[in-house]
Design a protein around this ligand. Structure first.
Ligand SMILES: NC(=O)c1ccc[n+]([C@@H]2O[C@H](COP(=O)([O-])OP(=O)(O)OC[C@H]3O[C@@H](n4cnc5c(N)ncnc54)[C@H](O)[C@@H]3O)[C@@H](O)[C@H]2O)c1
Length: 327
């Protein structure tokens, strides 16, 4: 197969790329390395089956070139991370919507010409916004805060991507699977854009205090990137999954304070925890989500899926990666 991975120079995209290359596929990566890193692909670059297009996907010519002669597309390129979103809301909205529109236009052209190309869209748990339900399933309402608070632009822009995809499914029966990722973590994730686990591990390694936002009682479910890559690629193997939306991740909630405590006990028991207000961490407009837990019933009905990694394993993996790549 020839596979296009947009955002393949990023954290999850580089793991997907590696998976396909190991399987013997040819992979075209499009990435402008805005938040990704060329180092994520360094170990793969000698593979003749990999082609990297260093370009912004928000250009028609780039999208046309990237989609030429591919058998499937995994669309992960996006502006990611709460810190980035709070600082650059215009970029977030633009990067998350416009390239998806161009990609869907191109895939629709192929589809109408008799060459349907299946698409996976990486969406996010952020589309549920602040829905007050304890566990979110794919049919639940999207509950966003006001447009005066930029953090909601991430979830809203990804929701527009989903609407665009569902419109293509409805109008043209295009083969599209949407996956809503819940806190994916693992080697190669950058802490530079507000992601909590790499931030904590880096701080512990440097002997600095772990900065926990607010009271640390927010809960999240952390999934190892290998489990997520498995789920994504499995879903795309099953034609009955086309036109569907799936939560993807782990459904074991843990408080951020407990994550900090586990990182300290595994990486460096001499470090400590400090608490920081959202206003100091982001800005005074910042609004967080207290609890974020997916209902995985639909995913487990579609494919064999049990997350294989415990949080302690994930912390070990991230730590080992950072030790190998220090400096
Ligand atoms: N990591 C998570 O926990 C998580 C959670 C929910 C959803 N997601 C989604 O998964 C996808 C991948 O996220 P990630 O964590 O690997 O982030 P990442 O920042 O590491 O990857 C995104 C990649 O897209 C590239 N990119 C962004 N805009 C581009 C453009 N216009 N043209 C070309 N390349 C562009 C970036 O350089 C980067 O390499 C994103 O769509 C994100 O919304 C991730």
């Amino acid at each position: 197969m020839r596979i296009l991975v947009t955002g393949g120079g990023g954290f999850i995209g580089s793991h997907l790329t590696e998976h396909f290359l190991q399987r013997g596929d040819h992979v075209v990566v499009v990435d402008d390395f805005s938040t990704g890193n060329r180092r994520n692909l360094e170990h793969l670059e000698s593979n003749p089956n990999l082609r990297v297009i260093n370009s912004d996907l928000g250009k028609t010519a780039c999208v046309q070139e990237a989609c030429h002669d591919v058998d499937a597309v995994y669309h992960l390129a996006a502006a990611v991370g709460v810190a980035l979103i709070a600082k650059q809301p215009t970029q977030t909205i633009h990067r998350n919507i416009y390239p998806t529109q161009l990609l869907l236009d191109e895939l629709r052209r192929h589809h109408l010409a008799g060459k349907p190309i299946p698409l996976f869209l990486a969406s996010t748990s952020e589309v549920y916004g602040k829905n007050p339900k304890a566990i979110w399933n794919e049919s639940d309402d999207l509950v966003f805060g006001p447009t005066t608070k930029p953090r909601w632009s991430y979830g809203a822009s990804k929701a527009i991507d989903e609407f665009l995809c569902m419109a293509c499914v409805r109008e043209h029966q295009m083969k599209i699977v949407i996956g809503r990722f819940f806190n994916v973590v693992g080697p190669r994730q950058s802490g530079a854009y507000g992601m909590v686990l790499p931030r904590f591990v880096e701080a512990a390694m440097q002997g600095k205090p772990l900065m926990v936002h607010d009271d640390g009682q927010q809960t999240r479910c952390f999934a190892h990137v290998n489990d997520v890559v498995y789920a994504v690629t499995e879903l795309m193997q099953h034609p009955q999954c086309y036109g569907q939306i799936y939560n993807i991740g782990s459904d074991s909630p843990v408080s951020i304070l407990d994550v900090a405590k586990q990182v300290i006990s595994i990486v460096n028991p001499k470090t400590s925890i400090e608490f920081q207000s959202y206003t100091d961490a982001y800005d005074e407009d910042f609004e967080d989500i207290r609890r974020r837990v997916p209902d995985l019933a639909r995913l487990k009905k579609a494919i064999e899926y049990t997350p294989r990694y415990l949080l302690a394993d994930i912390i070990q993996d991230v730590w080992k990666y950072k030790q190998r790549n220090a400096g």
